[in-house]
Write a protein of this length. Structure first.
Length: 592
């Protein structure tokens, strides 16, 4: 690949940034090999004869005078069967293979490894037929990539013509599985495609997201839902539960494919993910979760520039599965580390700094990334839709959301789960603050909820949220003048909102049964709790009513058990509701 013809010379090395001159016809974002060690880098600025290169590997020991080789290609990922179950570094090198090649757990530099194993063979069944007219996105054949995912081998974007030959059988990813007759001649199509990571993969159109990503998290699904194809920001200070939230989503959400990008978080945290993930079992299928997962690991001890590559590689792989018609979710933990990498490189390039030293293009880069989320009508003649949901964690220093990375993220995401360290301190998990979080997808999902869950779901949800807001105000008053000053109705408000917090919102991610609640059950729990308010209000608002009589009701003791009811036994909620009605009406009889 390295041609002497395109050789240049290093003139300056500044951490991950290298300047070189003499490259022949260098291009923006061209991949280059830097120094005698041939480290992988990418041209990010061209000024006169000088190319600025960000290097994706540690540059220690590299110096001026060493060669730089142009490759002519842009930073691309391998796409094809074999992506699932992989664990990659930021530049799509399988960690296991580089470990074997470098002979230790420390990654040696300059190692070139294919993203997809070229020797492994896959059984493909032809779907297209000879004579079919096909274009980019049309399915040529299918490969059972893992027990969970049928991989669709598609015509690469930009190619169209007549199928001259299409094969079924066992092939490796570089062997021809179809021949397409085009205007420019016959094209051999292998299973393997390459795609430049900075270029969004094409689609026909974006579609309005209208289905929720079901996560099993009660706070998320009921109060702050994200649509399939939506984008969410999870800002939270250290220890507030970002990683646990992202991991629960990766485990339980109903996306068919998960891409998890661990971007420069603390080294040990990523190690946890790498150790834990391969052990996890999909609760829906009983299969290993890795069978639908791709992990991209980029710990803080890897060079900063690789973080940027990891984010782009991840989203390109995610788009590829979206193009097959799957619902894909990408989790990035944490995008702040990516932004810090941009800041470092920008500083070394002596660019004009923007707010807090971040480059002026922080917002546009962040927006470009999140805009790759969406529900799309996939490329190809077949009517196929795919969805890519992006969930990005942000780690604002000191939890201050006015900092540039949080602001840039919030501007482009429509859903915000504000993790709160005060709640973490009180051991209220998940720490999604119900007063500050929001989801602008709620109106999109209303029709789905009414049809699939219950006609009154949006109303029950809205009144529960209003109640929690009322609670916050009442608690301020209680702090000042005490409980005694409150009316019976206000006391009831406090009681029921406490139930919502403790018996609905609180959810233990580590408890086998509690960690996932199906949407219908979420609705029934909340509805039963809210019925206490509706029925109770009538009674306690009477002047002569003693609030303590209400508080003594036996049925209230059963509220914490509502979440233990089996999802198969929805009748138990009817029984509960009937008892609530009976015992509160009983109170009326007594007070009359
Ligand atoms: P962050 O990534 O924001 O630094 P973590 O996700 O590592 O924080 O969470 C910190 C700790 O909080 C976890 O180790 C766990 O003990 C606790 N925790 C977070 N979320 C939950 C949850 N949903 N259920 C139970 N415990 C949780």
């Amino acid at each position: 690949m390295n041609t002497e013809k395109k050789k240049g010379i290093i003139t300056r090395v500044s951490g991950p940034l290298v300047e070189a001159k003499g490259l022949i016809a260098p291009k923006m974002y061209e991949v280059v090999r830097v120094g005698d060690a041939e480290l992988m880098g990418e041209i990010i600025e061209l000024k006169g004869d000088i190319s600025s290169i960000q290097v994706y590997e540690e540059t220690a020991g590299i110096g001026p005078g060493e060669p730089v080789y142009g490759t002519g290609g842009t930073m691309s990922v391998d796409l094809g069967p074999g992506l699932l179950e992989s664990i990659y570094d930021g530049i799509q090198r399988p960690l296991k293979t580089i470990e074997e090649k470098s002979g230790s757990c420390y990654i040696a530099r300059g190692i070139e490894v294919d993203g997809i194993d070229r020797d492994r063979t896959w059984d493909i069944t032809a779907v297209a037929k000879v004579g079919d007219l096909v274009s980019g996105g049309d399915i040529l054949g299918e490969v059972q990539e893992t027990s969970l995912i049928m991989h669709k081998v598609m015509v690469p974007p930009g190619i169209s013509g007549k199928v001259k030959e299409v094969k079924s059988g066992s092939f490796n990813v570089t062997e021809t599985i179809a021949v397409i007759e085009t205007f420019e001649g016959d094209l051999d199509i292998p299973m393997l495609q390459k795609w430049p990571i900075r270029v969004p993969r094409p689609k026909q159109t974006k579609i309005f997201p209208s289905e929720p990503l079901i996560t099993g998290g009660r706070s998320i699904d009921t109060f702050f839902p994200v649509a399939k194809g939506g984008a969410v920001a999870i800002p939270g200070p250290f220890g507030s539960g970002k990683t646990v939230t992202q991991q629960s989503l990766a485990k339980y959400c109903d996306a068919q494919v998960i891409v998890y990008v661990g971007c420069g978080e603390r080294g040990n945290e990523m190690t946890e993910v790498l150790n834990e993930f391969p052990e996890l079992i999909d609760p829906n299928t009983g299969e290993a979760l890795m069978k639908r997962t791709i992990l991209i690991a980029n710990t803080s001890n890897m060079p900063v520039a690789a973080r940027e590559a990891s984010v782009y590689s991840g989203i390109t792989i995610a788009e590829y599965y979206r193009d097959m018609g799957y619902s894909v979710a990408l989790m990035a933990d944490s995008t702040s580390r990516w932004a810090e990498a941009m800041r470092e490189i920008s500083g070394r390039m002596e660019e004009m700094p923007g707010e807090e030293g971040y480059p002026a293009y922080l917002s546009s880069r962040t927006a470009e990334f999140y805009e790759r989320a969406g529900v799309v009508k996939c490329l190809g003649t077949e009517d196929r839709t795919g969805a890519l949901t992006v969930i990005g964690a942000v780690s604002p220093p000191g939890g201050d959301l006015s900092e540039p990375v949080s602001q840039a993220t919030l501007r482009v995401t429509k859903c915000f789960w504000g993790l709160d360290s005060a709640l973490a301190y009180k051991k209220h998990f998940p720490t999604i603050n119900w007063l500050t979080s929001y989801s602008l997808y709620v109106p999109n999902l209303e029709a789905y909820w009414r049809k699939e869950i219950a006609e009154d779901f949006p109303e029950v949800r809205a009144s529960a949220l209003t109640l929690l807001q009322a609670e916050a105000k009442l608690l301020e008053i209680v702090k000042l003048v005490g409980m005694e000053s409150l009316s019976n109705t206000e006391k009831l408000t406090l009681e029921v909102s406490r139930m919502i917090r403790e018996d609905f919102l609180f959810q233990n991610a580590f408890d086998k049964d509690d960690s996932y609640t199906p949407p219908m059950k979420q609705y029934r729990i909340l509805k039963s709790i809210m019925s206490i308010l509706t029925i109770g209000k009538e009674v306690v608002s009477r002047d002569e009513f003693e609030y303590s009589d209400f508080a003594k009701l036996e049925i209230l003791k059963e509220v914490p058990k509502l979440k233990d009811i089996s999802p198969d036994d929805m009748g138990a909620y009817d029984t509960f509701d009937a008892k609530v009605s009976e015992s509160i009406t009983g109170l009326v009889a007594v007070t009359k």
